[in-house]
Design a protein around this ligand. Sequence first.
Ligand SMILES: N[C@@H](CCC(=O)N[C@@H](CS)C(=O)NCC(=O)O)C(=O)O
Length: 203
Amino acid sequence: MKLLASLTSPYARKIRIILAEKALPFELVVDSPWEVNTRIPTLNPLGKVPVLITATGETFFDSPVIAGYLETLAAPPALLPADALDAVRVRQTEALADGVTDAAVAALLESRRPDGERSAREIERQKDKIDRGLAELERRLDDRHWFNGSAMQLGDIAVGVALAYLDLRFPDLDWRSRHPGLVPFADRLFARPSFANTQPPAG
Ligand SMILES: N[C@@H](CCC(=O)N[C@@H](CS)C(=O)NCC(=O)O)C(=O)O
C-alpha cells in the first residue's frame, strides 16, 4: 500500500494518523501537487493529496474515502462504528472538522495571493467559518472525552488534525482562548504517538 502525500497536508496527515493507529504498513511517497513534476494529477484528476494506492493497485482519494477503505481492512481499532447510523454521526464530526480545515486552507491560499489580488474580506469570511465550526465542535464535545462513543474514532482524529493545522498556519487565531472546551481534548490527542510522529515540518 502506498500513500502519496505532502508532509504539510492536513488531509494526508489524517490518513497517516489512521494508518499509525491501526499499525498498517505502507510506503509514504512524498509528492506535492504544487510542484511542476508532481505525479498526483495522473492518479487523481482533481490534483489533490492524499492519494492511496492499495496492495492490488486500486487508487482511492479523497481523505474520507481513503479512511472508509482503511476500515474495510478490519485492522483494529475500528474507527467507525458497525451501526450504520452511528457511522454517519462519526462522519458528520469528520465533515465538520474537515470543513474547518477547508476554511483554513482557503484563508491561507487567499492570504498568499499577491498585493492587489488578495481579499481581506474573503480571509475574514473563511475565518468566520473556522470560528463557527470550532464553536459547534466545542458545543458537541461538551464535557465528554470523545465526540462519538466511548473510544477515539475517525471524527476525533479529524478534529485533532484541524486544530493542529490551525496551530501551524494561524497561531494568531488563538483557538485555545476562544474555544477552551477543546483544549483538554486536543492535549490528549496531540500526546498520542500517531500525532507526535506526523507533525508537519516547520515553515
Ligand atoms: N477533500 C480533500 C481535500 C484535499 C486537498 O485539498 N488537498 C490539498 C493539500 S492540503 C491539495 O492537494 N491541494 C492541491 C490543489 O488544490 O491543487 C480530501 O479530504 O482529501
